[in-house]
Design a protein around this ligand. Structure first.
Ligand SMILES: [Fe+2]
Ligand SMILES: [Fe+2]
Length: 210
């Protein structure tokens, strides 16, 4: 049984791994690796960077959300599921970060803020109930899948490397959504989903630029 201090140290380690550039290590190699690099005009490159920066921040939020939930989840099985999903999200985080550097850019400077906010939301949902917290995972993953669909269509046509990353992420996120529902998560009603869409707009519009 870990005491409170051990848990706090583990949380800090997770946060630093997420926020310090190049600190996290992926389990699986990036799906971009086998594909050729493309030629871009300046505006195409800017657009690819903006989209990949949004996806990277999305993964920062996923890390924080799962970490927050894992600290407050009541059932050990739910906690284990959250931790497993968070491990898979590390791959996504690393792949997006790698791609940003390949494109000559860097992650968003707003990431520490989004990490903190998502951690609180996750911990809060976990405090209320596991069903709510799992419902939140399902709803979040659902939103992420919608974003990924849009981004895959919006990337410059020749950017196969970014598209390969997003396509594998889409497969994983859909699986996370199903896992959360199968474990007893609520399916959120439409109005709640609309609020979530609004909140995610704040994130996507700010991190596209900075
Ligand atoms: Fe992810
Ligand atoms: Fe996910």
């Amino acid at each position: 049984m870990l005491n409170k201090l051990d848990k706090a140290v583990l949380q800090l380690d997770r946060a630093l791994q997420t926020l310090v550039p190049k600190a996290a290590k992926a389990d699986r190699p990036s799906p971009a690796h086998p594909l050729p690099e493309a030629e871009f005009s300046a505006s195409e490159r800017r657009h690819a960077v903006g989209l990949m920066r949004i996806n990277h921040t999305g993964e920062v939020c996923a890390q924080a959300l799962y970490a927050g939930q894992a600290t407050t989840a009541k059932l050990a099985t739910v906690r284990a599921e959250m931790e497993h999903a968070a491990d898979e999200e590390i791959d996504h985080l690393v792949w997006c970060e790698e791609r940003l550097y390949e494109l000559g850019s860097r992650p968003s400077i707003l990431n520490p803020f989004f990490y903190g906010a998502s951690f609180c939301i996750g911990a809060g949902a976990g405090l209320i109930s596991d069903k709510l917290s799992l419902g939140f995972v399902a709803a979040t993953e659902d939103q992420v899948c919608l974003h990924l669909d849009k981004h895959m269509a919006a990337l410059p046509a020749q950017d196969q490397r970014s598209r390969a990353v997003l396509s594998q992420m889409h497969i994983d996120e859909a699986k996370h959504k199903q896992m959360a529902l199968d474990s007893g998560g609520y399916e959120f009603p439409k109005p709640v989903m609309q609020v979530m869409t609004l909140v995610s707009k704040v994130m996507t519009q700010s991190t596209y630029r900075i």
